[in-house]
Design a protein around this ligand. Structure first.
Ligand SMILES: NC(=O)c1ccc[n+]([C@@H]2O[C@H](COP(=O)([O-])OP(=O)(O)OC[C@H]3O[C@@H](n4cnc5c(N)ncnc54)[C@H](OP(=O)(O)O)[C@@H]3O)[C@@H](O)[C@H]2O)c1
Length: 246
């Protein structure tokens, strides 16, 4: 269990969407923030609103994650929110693959590795990775994006087994569609009627719950966990039903 009041929290992707909402929510809970993103103007706006420190970084650049961790200094909590989408039928979505994997997966692993030593030696701390429902349920036209999120998800779950008893926790928060600039940036709108687009504040609440209650994972909205269960127990039924979600 990690208290946010007085904790030093590093949030990546804090210049927009979910990361911005997480930053505002953590500041309201009394955290001291280090905020990372690429767009300096938007990042400084969030830093001003939260009393946090802004550190710009392009996390798709090799070495950037370790540099960011060095600039941030020791933190009690790390929230890895920076990420981007890639949409389109497999084969037409190839551009930017390396950068996408570096941003969505490699930078997350490197950041966690960079902050974990201090957390372990102090016997406390918490990491949250923002994965995606697309990393757990197969979603057409998000094949590669979903795979990067599945990798992050599995990384967090497996690392949690190694951290047992260390006082350090790690959680994965897996949202469905969230109303942020994510879709404009990837160039393809959100087309589903269900699940409805979530507000980023709802995901921020899930991130805070994961930190404060040391939850292994949080799916937002919660009812989608039912789809995981059906897929795990009855894969052929899931395969048939999932066409209705497409
Ligand atoms: N929106 C959804 O439906 C949804 C659903 C499930 C999971 N997610 C995940 O949630 C996370 C946040 O997404 P969002 O919806 O909040 O999208 P967003 O509003 O587009 O925010 C993305 C954030 O990531 C940062 N970022 C992007 N590329 C970066 C790079 N190369 N280096 C450093 N930072 C970079 C952006 O920084 P700048 O703005 O400064 O460039 C921004 O702060 C992502 O990991 C996404 O995969 C989103």
């Amino acid at each position: 269990m990690t208290r946010l009041d007085g904790a030093r929290v590093l949030v990546t992707g804090a210049s927009s969407g979910i990361g911005r909402a997480v930053a505002l929510r953590c500041a309201a809970a009394g955290a001291e923030l280090v905020l990372s993103g690429r767009d300096e103007t938007r990042l400084v706006e969030v830093a001003t609103a939260t009393g946090g420190t802004a550190v710009t970084a392009d996390l798709s650049r090799p070495g950037a994650a370790a540099e960011l961790a060095g600039l941030a200094g020791p933190v009690d909590v790390l929230v890895c929110c920076a990420g981007a989408g890639l949409a389109g039928p497999f084969g037409s979505d190839g551009a930017g693959l390396d950068a996408l994997v570096r941003l969505n997966f490699t930078a997350t692993v490197e950041l966690v590795r960079s902050v974990l030593g201090t957390m372990r030696s102090s016997g406390r701390g918490h990491v949250v990775v923002v994965s995606s429902v697309a990393g757990r349920l197969p979603v057409r036209d998000e094949v590669v994006y979903g795979a990067t999120k599945a990798a992050v998800d599995h990384f967090a779950a497996a690392l949690r087994t190694e951290l047992r008893g260390s006082g350090v926790g790690i959680s994965a928060v897996a949202p469905a569609g969230v109303d942020t600039p994510f879709f404009d940036r990837r160039g393809t709108p959100y087309r589903r009627t269900r699940p409805r687009l979530l507000r980023p504040e709802k995901v921020a609440d899930a991130v805070v719950a994961a930190i404060e209650r040391d939850l292994p994972e949080v799916v937002v909205p919660r009812w989608l966990r039912l789809a995981y269960v059906i897929r795990a127990l009855l894969p052929r039924l899931y395969d048939r039903l999932s066409h209705r979600l497409d």
